[in-house]
Design a protein around this ligand. Structure first.
Ligand code: SF4
Length: 396
């Protein structure tokens, strides 16, 4: 006769039973997953959830990043991008024409999305941002404007004397379609007070998203990990996002995607810390997939974790690689060795070689084109065999 044993609470077996039964994971489960010595076991569990929700489909889009100003009144310890005032070495603020030219220059292969994030500039009129959006829409009326983090929206509200709703409504009238997820960092006050004390608090960040969701706007959310936070802080952060999504994500609204962002130490106030390792990046993707049971997509943001690690993350719970991006500068300022952009062919290859099906999407996850599955095309295998033979001959 077989003895039936119940797995101990917090063990990978107990967590696996909950995941298979579709039960929600607890704070303790999240911490146990971060601490579990076998990252492959954690990854396999997350991969099972990813495949249950998305199968082999892996999303990307054609997007373009623009940072119109790096002038910022805040002083986040991890930031290598901001300059305190206009005129400081390296400070820049684009004119409208300069910003619009970035799009005009790409109209032969246009992006479907423009993603704008900036510093908190104290000297620009609100009309600058409205006209910025309106101008992009005049050039390409169907381009999706995913702009301004919750931290920026909070700053606009304080600086120009409006409510979050008024700021978002005016920006929406000018062309805003959705919001990116930046600025979340780590919510827990023990960490936030030390790394970003002078910008929107956790509650303010969440409240901006709450208001945006209430207006029917879709947004993303993030977490900056791998610096001074503990695993408990990470889990606390993820569960706060999950709680807001419980509240606002009904009927297909709310957050679309969660993006874990790896800390990069170059040129900032935490330069003495090491960057998180690839294993930490993969584990964070996996635990995020397992805890955020109500957020549809987990992005392996290739700029933050390198295209190579992002490719592996597609087997650790991630179902999205972000996009072509074209001109990323924030991570490059912090020492990222990732390229500043990828081609569509490059993204398709990364996804196909991971054994997944590449799906080009728009910002709202409508399918633009589903590519073929091609784990490794016959021709690539032939070239690989030929090259290997040549190398063997040279070495013999
Ligand atoms: S992270 Fe954002 S808010 Fe903080 S200093 Fe940099 S640009 Fe400013």
């Amino acid at each position: 006769m077989h003895t039936v044993t119940t797995p101990r609470v917090g063990t990978i077996e107990a967590i696996e039973s909950k995941v298979r039964a579709g039960e929600r994971l607890s704070f303790e489960d999240g911490v146990a997953l971060f601490r579990h010595p076998d990252v492959i076991a954690v990854g396999q569990l997350a991969n099972a959830v990813r495949e249950r929700v998305h199968g082999d489909r892996t999303y990307f889009n054609r997007n373009m990043r623009i940072e119109v100003t790096n002038v910022c009144v805040a002083s986040c310890l991890f930031c290598s991008f901001a300059k305190l005032e206009e005129g400081a070495p390296g400070a820049h603020t684009m004119s409208h024409e300069e910003a619009w030219q970035e799009l005009r220059a790409r109209l032969d292969d246009p992006p479907s999305e423009i993603h704008i994030v900036n510093g908190l500039h104290p000297g620009l009129p609100f009309a600058y941002y409205e006209e910025l959006l309106a101008g992009f829409k005049r050039i390409k009326p169907d381009v999706h404007m995913k702009c301004f983090t919750a931290v920026e929206i909070h700053f606009f509200a304080r600086h120009y004397g409006m409510t979050y709703g008024e700021v978002l409504e005016r920006l929406r009238r000018a062309g805003l379609d959705s919001m990116p997820g930046g600025g979340a960092e780590i919510f827990h006050p023990e960490v936030r007070a030390r790394i970003s004390h002078d910008k929107a608090t956790a509650d303010e960040y969440l409240d901006v998203h709450r208001v945006a969701h209430g207006m029917g706007m879709r947004t993303n959310c993030t977490m900056l990990y791998g610096h001074i936070e503990t695993f408990e802080h990470r889990v606390d952060h993820l569960l706060r996002l999950r709680a807001l999504q419980d509240e606002t994500g009904v009927d297909g609204g709310g957050f679309q995607a969660f993006i874990p962002l790896a800390f990069h130490p170059d040129g900032n106030g935490m330069r003495n810390l090491p960057a998180p390792t690839a294993i930490d990046a993969l584990r964070t993707v996996a635990v995020s997939r397992l805890l955020l049971d109500n957020i549809p997509h987990i992005k392996a943001y290739w700029v933050s974790m390198t295209p190579e690690v992002a490719q592996i993350a597609l087997r650790f719970g991630a179902d999205d690689l972000d996009g072509t991006i074209v001109h990323e500068t924030i991570y490059r300022a912090a020492g990222s060795r990732s390229p500043s952009g990828l081609t569509v062919d490059g993204l398709v290859r990364l996804i196909q070689e991971a054994g997944r099906v590449p799906v080009e999407r728009d910002t709202l996850y409508n399918v633009v084109r589903e590519h073929a599955r091609a784990a490794l095309p016959e021709s690539a295998l032939k070239v690989r065999d030929r090259n290997a033979k040549k190398h063997l001959e040279v070495m013999s």
